[in-house]
Design a binder for this molecule. Structure first.
Ligand code: PLP
Length: 383
């Protein structure tokens, strides 16, 4: 194939299309920060926290430097450490368990549901028992709203309440989705999200936020975010971090939040189109009753007979990128192999790691480009 006949490459996530749509409003937002020069703690940070609170329904929002720091800050604020167990799914991005391990506590990995990819509540119960068997004190559970779909927050909340655990929702991929009519950000003790550029609501660098209705926790989080400072700036009352969101990112996010609802709708339409075009050849993602998704990823499962590498190569040859989230579940990764897994093992996580693949997904994917992807997937599955 010569250079001219090569198919037009399709972006996996089209950040540039969104940048073009927002055009001048983003330029002006950044220019305002360059004008007032309050690069940390500028008024845009407070404005963004208020806008995120209004959007999610959470009483308090504390912005921070990343989704990983958002998780870590809550664990630090709650005094989680050595001897404590925190239950988390294994089929997730590594930051979920990493934040736990950084505190000195032990992540105990539990399995996920094959249809929704989210935490399996039977495995969660087994994981709590496993933690106790290891002499650990179960303190918290971190459900993940994977690929954008909310986890089963009622079921997880019930188990957590019975066991005296607090819930820290990892909505790094799911912010903007809802569960039984309520937006994420309002479940459990606190919710963490990420504004990494590729996320449904992303900034132009690293960023994150924590949502909570607990005023005392929000107060502590503001202290943790800035070296554990107390009422007197130079009397630090606890260990903390340098974990602020910078003003420039806040200014960018304020503009992006204004079109977020519209983008969520557009993403849902793309997902529906994929489901109707591919539902009879691969396993397409399913929304559980009462759950919505912001479709951070559109992740399909390939039939057992389809070789995943060959499938990805066939799409790549047609200019279509794919990604595998996640080729190894956390308990299969070098740094995390030593941590306990729920009794009965994590067979679903392991199967998913072997057969999932994600397709291009963003709010600006037009119908004809999507038709190209659907045709390529159908062709690659049947060969
Ligand atoms: C489920 C999950 N948790 C946490 C994070 C961490 O977010 P960040 O990259 O902003 O630290 C991510 C980011 O990809 C994620 O997908």
């Amino acid at each position: 194939m010569n250079q001219l006949s090569r198919p037009q490459p399709i972006p996996f996530i089209d950040v540039a299309a969104q940048r073009q749509r927002l055009g001048k409003s983003l330029d002006e937002a950044v220019a305002r920060v360059l004008g007032h020069c309050q690069f940390l703690g500028g008024t845009e940070v407070t404005q963004l926290e208020q806008a995120l609170a209004a959007f999610s329904g959470a009483r308090h929002v504390v912005t921070c430097s990343s989704g990983t720091d958002a998780l870590l800050m809550v664990l630090m604020a709650k005094g989680i450490g050595r001897g404590d167990a925190v239950l988390c799914p294994s089929f997730t991005f590594c930051a979920t368990g990493e934040a736990v391990a950084i505190t000195g506590a032990t992540p105990v990995f539990v399995d996920v549901d094959a249809a929704t990819f989210n935490m399996d509540t039977d495995s969660l119960k087994r994981g709590i028992a496993t933690a106790k068997k290891h002499g650990l004190k179960p303190k918290a559970v971190i459900p993940v709203d994977l690929f954008g779909q909310s986890a089963d927050h009622d079921a997880i909340g019930t188990i957590a309440a019975e066991e005296g655990l607090f819930v820290l929702d990892d909505a790094a991929q799911g912010f903007g989705a809802s569960y039984k009519g309520r937006r994420l950000g309002t479940f459990g003790l606190a919710t963490a999200t990420s504004f990494f550029p590729a996320k449904p609501l992303g900034c132009f660098g690293d960023g994150g936020a924590i949502f909570t209705d607990d005023a005392e926790l929000a107060h502590t989080l503001r202290s943790v975010r800035s070296h554990g400072q107390g009422a007197d700036k130079y009397d630090n009352v606890r260990l903390g971090l340098t974990a602020r969101l910078d003003t420039m990112q806040a200014a960018v996010l304020i503009e992006k939040l204004k079109i977020f609802e519209d983008e969520i709708l557009a993403r849902s339409k793309v997902a529906e189109r994929y489901a109707s075009g591919l539902g009879n050849v691969v396993t397409v993602p399913r929304l559980a009753k009462g759950c919505t998704s912001v479709w951070a990823q559109y992740t399909i499962r390939l039939p057992a007979v389809t070789d995943r590498e060959g499938f990805a190569a066939a799409l790549k040859a047609q200019g279509i990128p794919t990604a595998i989230y996640y080729p190894k579940s956390m308990h299969q990764q070098t740094a995390y192999r030593g941590f306990p897994v729920a009794d009965g093992g994590l067979p679903v996580s392991e199967r998913l790691s072997a057969d999932v693949i994600s397709l291009p997904m963003h709010a600006y994917l037009d119908a004809s480009t999507q038709d190209r992807i659907i045709a390529a997937v159908r062709g690659a599955v049947s060969t």
